[in-house]
Design a protein. Structure first.
Length: 129
């Protein structure tokens, strides 16, 4: 079962009814299929956000909360992450996480962010540097 935020309950219901039980299935969802789900009570914008999160999870092997943080930071795809500066992304993610949830969870470290970017670059066929 997908671990989506509680306020995405209508979207989770639609995804379950469509038989989409994991992130890779959601990542593969086409635009027309996504629009069909939205016609049955789910928000198309929220489904788009969940699909972007699912793609980051599937393509880069990120945890759902890591992918969500990247989305909130404006790094909504592996190609966007591949183009990011590690230092700038680290700073941006740290500020964003602290403003959203405070210090309850540790901020991603610079080596973690560098590893995510390196994985995104490999996934997109870009050189490591």
């Amino acid at each position: 079962m997908l671990d989506v935020p509680p306020h995405f309950s209508a979207e989770q219901t639609q995804l379950q009814q469509a038989g989409l039980q994991d992130w890779s299935s959601l990542a593969a969802l086409s635009d027309p299929a996504l629009r069909r789900l939205a016609r049955h009570g789910a928000s198309e914008q929220r489904l788009i956000r969940l699909r972007a999160q699912a793609r980051l999870i599937s393509e880069l092997g990120l945890a759902p909360e890591q992918a969500a943080l990247l989305l909130h930071a404006g790094l909504a795809s592996s190609s966007a992450l591949a183009e990011a500066s590690p230092q700038q992304a680290h700073r941006q993610l740290g500020r964003l996480q602290r403003s959203l949830i405070g210090s309850a969870l540790p901020v991603p470290t610079l080596p973690e962010v560098r590893a995510w970017i390196a994985t995104a670059r490999r996934a997109s066929g870009r050189p490591a540097n």
